[in-house]
Design a protein. Sequence first.
Length: 396
Amino acid sequence: MTTPSDALQGLRVLELGQLIAGPFAGKTLADFGADVIKIEPQQGGDPLRTWRLLREGTSVWWEVQSRNKRSVALDLRTPEGQAAVKALALHADVLIENFKPGTLEGWGLGWEALHAANPKLIMLRISGFGQTGPSAQKPGFGVLGEAMGGLRHLTAEPGRVPVRVGVSIGDTLAALHGVIGVLMALRHREVNGGQGQMIDVALYESVFNVMESLLPEYDAFGAVRGAAGSALPGIAPSNAYRCGDGAYVLVAGNGDSIFRRLMTAIGRDDLAQDPTLARNDGRVAQVVQIDAAIQAWTETRPIDEVITVLETAHVPVGRIYTVADIAADPQYQARDMLLQTHDVQGRPLKVPGFVPKLSATPGRLRTPAPGLGQHNATVLGEKGWPARAANDDTVA
């Protein structure tokens, strides 16, 4: 199923999670060679199968989230399903779950039970608020993690309602933190005694972890950072500017030498040579004046001219992409980020490529996303599975 070019060849992963956070962690491991067995409910499977746009009844998002995985359909509320998972866990390296805390314990599949049966097992647990603390038992989706983590308060125009990022960024951040935890736990197990461990990832903490200087600024100065629209508070200039053709261009001129090149390129040598603007702290104090100067220049030119002039001056600049722009962009194409594949029925489909890029063991597409229970017979028929569970071959 894998080749020596797979970085995680031989890694056996059980994915019990649904929707986004747990399955995205499983997807990331599967992309680099892990054998990920996805456990799905027998009735309907993972709800993601019917989220957003469907093609003949199946979400095209599913084709991304579940590529390179095997699907086994079980009812975890039954003794048979629980016995099958326990048997799987005996031979697994990693188990991923993102149920509400306590759910697995109620099924006899909690950390203590599985760790006792397989001390080498690493369990990644992703939840809204973590496995402990006064909020642990609350249901939590990514949107709540983004709000509690401090992100939603910042994503708005000043004085207007906070908006969401547009994707489930809280879930994805939690998944990536989970993958980091898995890799660290695997390293520890390899080097320091052969024991597995439990990784507790909370959505809100994963968001909070990328909030940069938010907390120390509050602690040191009592500063509560607020919404700033398209600007980046405390770093100048970095904003979106309207061009003469109505498009918006992003300009990041916040490096000291970059700022000087930017001001020269827009014909403002006076600002380029102003000693009070030589460093970021000085520019922040006069950011309104700087933004006005840039805006006065961009609004008299179409976006293509703005980009050409600033790229020639080696100033970071770019347009705001739609997915149509992404699909046509030569940079995406050159780096294999627009992967032409097919679903399990053989229908062609473009999906995102693999991140990160590894020079010796790159990610690759081995199999399309599976049908519900497609691998019940092959997985549950292997040595060690409960006989009653092996009789359940629910193939969609």
